[in-house]
Ligand binder design. Structure first.
Ligand SMILES: NC(=O)c1ccc[n+]([C@@H]2O[C@H](COP(=O)([O-])OP(=O)(O)OC[C@H]3O[C@@H](n4cnc5c(N)ncnc54)[C@H](OP(=O)(O)O)[C@@H]3O)[C@@H](O)[C@H]2O)c1
Length: 249
């Protein structure tokens, strides 16, 4: 463990929640391993921005989490980057609708690969290095829709529910050296690409949020920071960061 700063691997770190989390933990003195697949340019720019603040404190690792072999390679590269990994944020996620009657086997594979399978095998591969210092932490980005269904998105909801189950199960199995928690965002940033929502759907979502607004990435990054570095006595918990949406009824 020669690297002087604690090290966090964040998957899907090039943009949005992942990038905000990287900036936040880096500002708190962490070195960051920024994983990406397609957002290489954005990730390199973020790494350069952070390295300008403190040298040798940010690196980019590229992997397609749909492929088991790349998940294994990512874990190896993460460990060998600085010889330590103190925290893992399983943030990368695919999101798109799979209405009943139209879902394909390949949709199942894609949604489960990034949202459940890769987080499990990444955590398994990194467990020894996470445990080494006795204070490792894993934070899984789940979704309030693991508990409260999102119409037309059954497979996504199932995959996130699997990640909730993994959070609780590994909190038990990896204790006491590694704490495992989850953050369940509500409406934080509107989805882009395949999962994009029209204005009417966005208005409908906002009508169900007691705080009446979307949360923004810092709300999630702050919760992740808290679970990694703000408290050392929380494990196996899912923290909803949703503007009160999950208690609306
Ligand atoms: N945004 C919200 O309002 C909201 C609500 C509920 C839950 N969440 C959860 O919070 C987390 C962050 O949300 P977000 O909106 O910031 O996520 P996002 O932008 O939808 O996705 C984050 C990144 O995941 C990566 N990714 C997806 N599939 C991948 C694969 N097969 N291999 C490698 N990387 C892959 C992509 O990286 P590249 O761009 O590098 O390919 C993408 O930029 C996610 O887990 C999401 O499910 C978000």
């Amino acid at each position: 463990m020669n690297h002087p700063e604690p090290v966090v691997l964040i998957t899907g770190a090039g943009k949005r929640v992942g990038a905000a989390t990287a900036r936040r933990l880096h500002a708190r003195g962490w070195s960051v391993l920024l994983h990406c697949r397609d957002s290489r340019e954005a990730s390199e720019a973020l790494a350069a921005e952070l390295a300008a603040v403190r040298g040798n404190s940010a690196r980019v690792l590229v992997a397609d989490l749909d492929l088991a072999s790349e998940v294994r390679r990512l874990a190896q590269e993460a460990e060998s980057a600085w010889g330590r990994v103190d925290a893992l944020v399983n943030n990368a996620s695919s999101f798109f609708p799979t209405p009943i009657g139209q879902a394909r086997d390949s949709d199942w594979d894609t949604l489960f690969a990034s949202n459940a399978r890769a987080p499990f095998f990444l955590t398994q591969a990194l467990a020894p290095t996470l445990a080494r210092g006795g204070h490792g932490a894993v934070v899984n980005l789940v979704d309030i829709h693991a508990d409260y269904p999102l119409a037309g998105h059954t497979i996504y909801c199932m995959a996130k529910a699997a990640l909730v189950a993994m959070t609780r199960s590994l909190a038990k199995e990896l204790a006491p050296a590694v704490r495992v928690n989850g953050v369940a965002p509500g409406a934080i940033l509107w989805p882009e690409g395949q999962g994009e929502m029209d204005a009417a759907t966005q208005a409908q979502v906002l009508a169900s949020v007691p705080l009446g607004r979307i949360g923004g990435v810092d709300a999630i990054a702050g919760a992740i920071e808290f679970l990694i570095a703000g408290s050392d006595y929380i494990s196996g918990q899912i923290l909803a960061v949703d503007g009160g949406r999950s208690v609306w009824g």
